[in-house]
Design a binder for this molecule. Structure first.
Ligand SMILES: [Zn+2]
Length: 71
């Protein structure tokens, strides 16, 4: 996932692993965004769950990404 820093306007990539971690953190802690740190200027960029889920549509609450039977 490629995002543009709101502070220095330089693009940087966020790994799928980080996206899953961010979604888990948001879900578990009841947050409404996740702070992704820009590697260029080290400012935090707010990522909304909506944005993150678009990048990881197969993410599911509960931490497990294993395929399990759907209800
Ligand atoms: Zn930056």
């Amino acid at each position: 996932m490629q995002i543009r820093c709101t502070n220095c306007h330089r693009p940087f990539a966020i790994s799928k692993e980080t996206i899953y971690f961010a979604l888990d953190t948001i879900h578990e802690d009841g947050l409404n965004h996740y702070n992704a740190q820009c590697p260029h200027c080290r400012r935090a960029n707010r990522l909304s769950p909506k944005q993150l889920k678009r990048a990881a549509p197969d993410w599911q609450p509960g931490g497990s990404t294993e395929e399990e039977t759907e209800e």
